[in-house]
Design a protein around this ligand. Structure first.
Ligand code: HXC
Length: 262
């Protein structure tokens, strides 16, 4: 592939699947501005590329991402942070990505790293995964949605404990609490498992996949009756697509569907 970045690696290991690997190993994938800029640009390119249907995001075996770059943030003033709405641009790019993103988390997912994982659509964890929001130890709080998404993922009491103490949560608990959808026996199995799932998703009609992600995400923003109504309207809309005809006709004829993504 022709895409080259300094702080991330891109590959296409399965049909329709792109793998983004955060690659600042010496800094444990601390999320610096240049890394964010690479990640944003890659996500925007992949989201509009017809050959990518699902994305896997991973780090190294030791660290998914150890947080926002503390060295960069240490001297930031209020005026600078507020003035350029620090952190908004990258969280917006990943939230605007319409194709599903699966986080394969090995090692540390701390602070902004945990927030990054939670911005993805599915989290898979390796055996040594460590999730946490240690900002309290730095005299600050989560700044990229951590308090909001962790609360929804694990409930108030656990979220409050994690955020107030800065303690890390291991893979087993993360799995039991539903923060991670699955926990794997080895770091390699975690990434392979994410690629397997991504390949499954990539094998479906792109419009239905996009609609599915959109309606689930919408649920976090609105009340139940609004959400159910929105889901129904999007569902109605899919009857206007070719893939719905392809998929249902194939079932009736006992054939394999040939998706056109139209
Ligand atoms: C900058 C970091 C870093 C970070 C690690 N490094 N995390 N640099 N920002 N978040 C650097 C270290 O300075 C060190 O650089 C190198 O990576 C290796 O780290 P060590 O500490 O030597 O490794 P280890 O002893 O194995 O400890 C691992 C660790 C620890 C427990 C993960 O590094 C750690 O506590 N890191 C900070 C975690 C954290 O507080 N994250 C939240 C950040 S705040 P040198 O040059 O010395 O080799 C945040 C706010 C988000 O994310 C708000 C919105 C995004």
């Amino acid at each position: 592939s022709s895409e080259t970045y300094e702080h991330i690696l891109i590959s296409h290991p399965r049909p329709g699947v792109s793998l983004i690997t955060l690659n600042r190993p010496k800094q444990l994938n601390a999320l610096s501005s240049p890394l964010f800029s690479d990640l944003n640009s890659a996500l925007s390119t992949l989201d509009s590329s017809p050959s990518t249907r699902c994305i896997v995001l991973t780090g190294s075996h030791k660290s998914f991402a150890a947080g926002a770059d503390i060295k960069e943030m240490s001297t930031l003033t209020f005026a600078e942070a507020y003035g350029r709405d620090f952190i908004k641009s990258w969280s917006q790019q990943i939230s605007n990505t319409t194709k599903p993103i699966i986080a394969a988390v090995n090692g540390y997912a701390l602070g902004g790293g945990c927030e990054l994982a939670m911005m993805c659509d599915i989290i898979y964890a390796g055996p040594n995964a460590q999730f946490g929001q240690p900002e309290i130890k730095l005299g600050t709080i989560p700044g990229a949605g951590g308090s909001q998404r962790l609360l929804r993922a694990v409930g108030k009491s656990r979220a409050m404990e994690i955020i107030l103490t800065g303690k890390m949560v291991g893979a087993k608990e993360a799995g039991e609490w539903g923060l991670a959808a699955r926990v794997f026996d080895t770091p390699e199995a975690c990434v392979e498992g994410a690629l397997d799932t991504a390949e499954t998703v990539a094998g479906y009609g792109g419009l239905a996949v996009k609609a599915a992600k959109e309606v689930v995400n919408h649920a976090e923003e609105v009340g139940l009756s609004e959400g159910v109504k929105f889901e129904r309207r999007v569902f109605h809309g899919l009857f206007g697509t070719k893939d719905q005809k392809v998929g249902m006709e194939a079932f009736v004829k006992k054939e394999k569907p040939e998706w056109t993504h139209e």
